[in-house]
Write a protein that binds this ligand. Structure first.
Ligand SMILES: [Zn+2]
Ligand SMILES: [Zn+2]
Length: 264
């Protein structure tokens, strides 16, 4: 009997949402889809959104918050996020009546059977976090929207059985692509997004520390392909003698369709 169920319902700059269930507790991380679209995708995987008690928000970019207020209202879900994120949303007129203010947010808090520990990520929002989640036996983590993997980030991802990690762009595709120069600089910066190479560089350490599932997420539609992201990480795993498909399962989180449900 597994302890966690994980499903990325959407991943990328057009909307993000990850469903996580542990015991009787179900949550989502981010809601950047319309609620209507989210319902369709959840139905494809047999996910009951009525059981989702809470929403964790990573940061205030619209691909992570677009549907948060509506979802919270419709499903009566509590919303947890950094205070700065709440303030930004409120200043834009987004009403989150079920916002859960947590004193010492970064120290962590409990939702049902899960212990949630946010950790700060380097990204160009006011305040961006990833989340490490544990039921006391198994740990998982999600880190998308980060410019680089700091020592702190790596320590927060280490020891997790499943890690959802950004693998945003292929450096060459970004360089040669159609984006305006300032946007290229922003994406490649230390407060931008992780390249395939950046993500691949830490994959072997994550597996050595216990990761059995790696889910590459937030892939750019313009500057990446699922094949390039997959191969970049697989190549690094190969170099370290780690066999994809045996020592670890590597998957891609997609923009337009839900992932399979990962069961741990
Ligand atoms: Zn994003
Ligand atoms: Zn972002």
């Amino acid at each position: 009997m597994g302890s966690f169920e994980i499903c990325t319902l959407a991943s990328g700059s057009k909307g993000n949402c990850t469903y996580i269930k542990c015991g009787d507790t179900a949550i989502i991380v981010d809601e950047g889809l319309t609620v209507k679209e989210l319902k369709l995708r959840a139905a494809l995987r047999g996910i009951d959104l009525e059981k989702v008690s809470s929403v964790l928000v990573t940061h205030e970019h619209s691909d992570h918050i677009k549907g948060v207020a509506q979802f919270s209202k419709e499903f009566g879900a509590k919303v947890y996020m950094p205070l700065t994120c709440f303030e930004t949303m409120r200043s834009r007129g987004e009403i989150i009546s079920a916002y859960e203010h947590v004193d010492g947010f970064e120290a962590g808090f409990d939702i049902g059977d899960m212990r949630i520990v946010p950790f700060r990520l380097p990204h160009d929002a006011r305040y961006t976090v990833g989340y490490r989640i544990t039921d006391g036996k198994t740990d998982i983590a999600i880190a998308t929207d980060l410019g680089f993997v700091s020592d702190n980030t790596l320590s927060k991802l280490s020891g997790c059985k499943a890690v959802i990690l950004e693998s945003n762009h292929d450096k060459l595709m970004l360089e040669k692509g159609r984006y305006p120069y300032p946007l290229k600089v922003r994406i490649a910066s230390k407060n931008g997004h992780l390249s395939n190479a950046d993500s691949a560089a830490v994959a072997s350490q994550l597996v050595a520390s216990g990761a059995e599932r790696l889910l590459l997420a937030h892939l750019s539609e313009d500057n990446n392909t699922p094949e390039l992201a997959f191969e970049a990480t697989k190549e690094q795993l190969d170099k370290h003698g780690i066999r994809e498909g045996e020592d670890v399962l590597l998957d891609i989180a997609y923009q337009y369709r839900p992932s399979e449900i990962i069961r741990l």
